[in-house]
Ligand binder design. Structure first.
Ligand code: PFF
Length: 486
């Protein structure tokens, strides 16, 4: 079978790396990572998060990029083409559909948070954040959220900017913007870490992030760490797969994945190092929740020389980082409508944008008028976050590794990944045995299945990986053989 010819490719070898890092590095690193680390008690959570990135995030990302490049298209089409090449069941493409849906659902609440970053850039510049204490800053945050007009206005602005860029096509815009954006953000974070160093509580912040308290390792925290690993690397939500479909043949997927994952992890850790010392220095509670960075960092900026300038630059960088992530969430849907149904990118962006505006405005109301509108105890904002991070992304991830590890003929992935034999064997081991077992165990815990706790009953996990490895090695050659006969 002849392979699909690529229609769009990144302009340079760095194109994918920049865009995928742009997608991965965003509010997940600077806003979500610190606040959930705070909620789950620090170092133990960080350790579980790093383990999830290594054992699940990196293998899943390699798989997703390989599927995208092999199938050359939006998630649904790319997976459909790959399974056709393999003579497998076409229903696998529903994994692509779920990913695309997850990307869109994330965007619906992400624009609200990105709106905070945009609003704080403006507030920083206009002096509205010159409040004397964390409590006063908490008030500013509350007042901002209590006003549907303010919150909604900023969310709409972010949504429109995202749609405008996606309508124009990501390659040119994003690739160029990234060349200066990433180094700028890194620099700002280093300045902030430098300030945190002088805050008097650096060692306390450092210890909070990196000392490990075994009692804080719980099944619930592991579930959050897994969900966050997917979220922060933009996995199973269409973004990485679609961007992967624009990579030229011959570029190393493993190298690329490592660069993106390392950059993403460094940004999250730097953000933690910048934020927690400030929090402790000001007697703030690290488990203050989603407002954490908005209540703590403006105080740090007020106290440092040229603080306003740094503050404006910092929130501006965060806004751009959020925008480049937001773009990637809807790229899959726009690419799908464009490739499959021949709708122009502009019209596709406008059509999906109308729905985005409606849902995101409803999500925004979760902070004010609709704070009491709850389903199963979740507001729309929380529900979208919970459903995507805890369920849809891990489910999409497990389906993709099962497809790649068990169902596809080995030469497809071997060709696409282009790894040395040892590297390929390691990847295969991870996607066949380690990633699916870990994701499954975490799901079982979430379902409350037999009171299963993946931490206390770790030996089940080890046993299941071992048993699956044995069984898989015995069965896989037979399955492959049958496929080859077809
Ligand atoms: N990785 C992004 C962040 O950390 O902010 C969030 C994200 C982007 C999730 C793109 C999903 C996605 F498709």
């Amino acid at each position: 079978m002849t392979r699909e010819k690529p229609k769009n490719l990144w302009l340079s070898r760095w194109g994918f790396i920049l865009a995928a890092t742009g997608s991965a590095v965003g509010l997940g690193n600077i806003w979500k990572f610190p606040y959930i680390t705070g909620e789950y008690g620090g170092g133990a959570f960080v350790l579980m998060y790093l383990a999830c990135i290594l054992a699940i995030g990196i293998p899943v990302m390699m798989t997703e990029i390989a599927l995208g490049r092999r199938g050359r298209g939006s998630p649904i089409d790319a997976i459909a083409r790959v399974v056709r090449e393999n003579n497998s069941n076409p229903l696998w493409k529903s994994v692509g559909l779920m990913a695309m849906l997850a990307g869109f659902m994330i965007l619906c609440f992400y624009v609200v948070v990105a709106g905070w970053a945009f609003a704080y850039t403006w507030k920083m510049a206009s002096g509205a954040l010159a409040a004397p204490s964390v409590d006063a800053l908490a008030k500013v945050f509350e007042t901002h959220n209590a006003s549907p007009w303010q919150l909604g206005g900023w969310s709409v602005l972010v949504a429109l900017l995202t749609l405008w860029i996606v309508g124009k096509g990501v390659q040119a815009g994003v690739e160029k913007a990234f060349r200066w954006m990433m180094p700028g953000l890194a620099l700002m974070l280093i300045v902030l870490v430098g300030y945190a160093w002088t805050s008097g509580s650096f060692s306390q912040g450092f210890a909070f992030l990196f000392t490990f308290d075994a009692s804080k390792i719980t099944g619930e925290a592991l579930l959050a760490a897994l969900g966050h690993a997917f979220f922060t690397l933009s996995l199973a939500s269409g973004a990485i797969l679609t961007y992967g479909s624009y990579i030229p043949d011959g570029q190393s997927i493993a190298r690329t994945t490592f660069i993106v994952a390392i950059a993403d992890t460094c940004v999250a850790l730097l953000a933690g190092l910048a934020i927690f010392p400030v929090i402790f220095a000001n007697g703030m509670d690290p488990s203050a929740g989603p407002g954490l960075i908005f209540m703590s960092l403006p105080l740090a900026f007020q106290q440092m020389p040229f603080g306003t300038v740094f503050g404006v630059l910092f929130f501006a960088m965060v806004s751009v980082a959020a925008l480049t992530s937001a773009i990637s969430m809807i790229e899959a849907l726009v690419a799908y409508l464009n490739e499959k149904h021949g709708i122009s990118r502009v019209k596709a962006a406008a059509g999906s944008g109308a729905l985005l505006l409606v849902i995101s405005l409803l999500a925004m109301l979760s902070f004010n008028l609709g704070a009491e509108w709850k389903l199963f105890g979740f507001t729309l904002f929380d529900g979208l976050d919970y459903l995507t991070s805890r369920w849809m992304m891990p489910l999409g991830g497990i389906c993709m590794v099962i497809l790649a590890g068990y169902c596809l003929r080995s030469e497809i992935m071997r060709d696409e990944l282009g790894l040395a034999p040892a590297g390929y064997a390691l990847w295969l081991f991870m996607v066949r045995y380690v990633s699916p077992v870990l994701i499954l165990m975490v799901f079982l815990h979430a379902l409350g299945w037999l009171g299963f706790d993946p931490i206390a009953q770790w030996y089940w996990i080890a046993g299941a990986i071992g048993a699956l490895a044995l069984l898989g090695e015995l069965l896989a050659p037979r399955v492959r053989h049958e496929l080859a006969l077809r």
